[in-house]
Every structure is written in C-alpha cells, then in structure tokens.
Design a protein around this ligand. Structure first.
Ligand code: TYD
Length: 202
C-alpha cells in the first residue's frame, strides 16, 4: 500500500503523517515514512539545491530536479519497501510537481506529469490524501511557526492559490481523499483512518 500526502505549504501534513505512522505501527504494520524532496541522501543534496541555495532556478530545471529526486527516491527506497510488504507513507509525491511546477510555475501541466511518471516508471499511489486550505490561511499558519521561509515559501499568495486550484482539479481522480484542513488534528486523523478501513487496513 502506497499512500501520498499532498497540499500546499502550511496545511499540516507532517502532523498527520506522524500520527498515522504511530497508529499503523501500533496495529502491527511495518511502515516506511518518507518525504520529497530529500527522502534519500542524494535527495537531501537536491533538496538543498532547490530550497536553500542562493539564486534563481529556471522553472524547467526546477521541475527536472524534483523529478530526479523522485526517480532516485522511488528506485532506491519506495519500491524496495513496497516489495518487502511495507506500507509507504510519503510527504509529497508527483502531484506536488503537477501543482507547483505545472500550475503555479505555469509550465505545461501534462508535460510535468509525464516527466514525473517517466521518472517513477509509472508508480502511482494507491491513496492520495489532500489536505485542503485556502492559500491565505495556510500562509498565516506557516508564519506562526516562526521558521525562516525557503525559496518556494517566499512565493506570493497567488502562487499557492494556483497550486491549490490544481490540487482540487487533480482530486477528481478516484485515488484522492480530500480533507478540509480547517478541522481539528483529531478530526482529520479520523477521516484518514476511516478511509484506510474502507481500503482494508485497520
Ligand atoms: P516540503 O518538504 O513539504 O516543505 P517543508 O519542509 O517546508 O514542510 O516541500 C518543500 C517545498 O518543495 C514545498 O514548498 C513544495 C515544493 N515542491 C515542489 O514545488 N514540487 C515538488 O515536486 C515537491 C515534491 C515539492
């Protein structure tokens, strides 16, 4: 079972991932919790280039760097874990590229998706959990954490609105569960666990 978590910055993905991981482990499942960009050692270096290096990154270069991170992540970490029978939880996957590089950066959405699918040799999640919040609210939440914004987080509200719009568009696909991230942490977690039960995981 391969589960991705998606949403714009500040919707609370990490809290939910952590809680779900603990729950699944307590039920005796073997779980790999991972993230993009930066789920591998090579990925950590790519993450640094993307988010913390000084200077601009051309949009197509940005898309390819995320795809390179993902290709290595899937080949060396995600596929092997799935083959071992583990449940894989990832904080972001290729829908992030479609929403951020495809829609927010205004590259071609279908081309970005095709590059990503090629990078991962067509590995699509069984379930994608989209935590949804208006961009303004997400930015406000993020600013409360007091951490220094990275290169992507310095983008304007319109950038995140475009990403959010694309996510909601993508979420018409069957594999998505869309959750209003304005609910309490416990309510959101309950919605996620309910869907897992429906998929036969309890
Ligand atoms: P993330 O690790 O979620 O940020 P944080 O550690 O601050 O919670 O993701 C880093 C940034 O990269 C985030 O702004 C979203 C962006 N991103 C893309 O633009 N495209 C992608 O394909 C991925 C995976 C992330």
């Amino acid at each position: 079972m391969f589960i991705s978590f998606e949403g714009i910055d500040g919707v609370g993905k990490s809290t939910q991932l952590e809680s779900l991981q603990e729950f699944l482990i307590s039920r005796g499942h073997r779980v790999l919790r991972t993230l993009e960009p930066g789920g591998t050692e090579l990925g950590q270096e790519i993450r640094h280039l993307l988010l913390h290096r000084k200077g601009d990154v051309a949009p197509r270069a940005e898309a390819l760097l995320y795809a390179a991170d993902r290709a290595h992540h899937v080949a060396t970490k995600i596929r092997p874990a799935l083959e071992r029978g583990e449940i894989v939880l990832t904080d972001r996957y290729f829908d992030s590229s479609v929403a951020y590089q495809g829609a927010a950066r205004d590259l071609d959405v279908n081309q970005v998706r095709d590059i990503s699918l090629w990078a991962v040799d067509n590995l699509v999640p069984d379930l994608t959990i989209l935590l949804d919040l208006p961009a303004q609210d997400a930015i406000q939440r993020r600013s409360r954490t007091g951490t220094e914004p990275d290169r992507l987080e310095r983008e304007k509200v319109e950038f995140f609105e475009r990403a959010r719009g694309m996510y909601l568009e993508l979420a018409k696909e069957q594999r998505f569960l869309v959750i209003d991230a304005n609910q309490s942490v416990d309510q959101i977690q309950a919605a996620i666990r309910n869907r897992l039960v429906e998929l036969g995981i309890s």
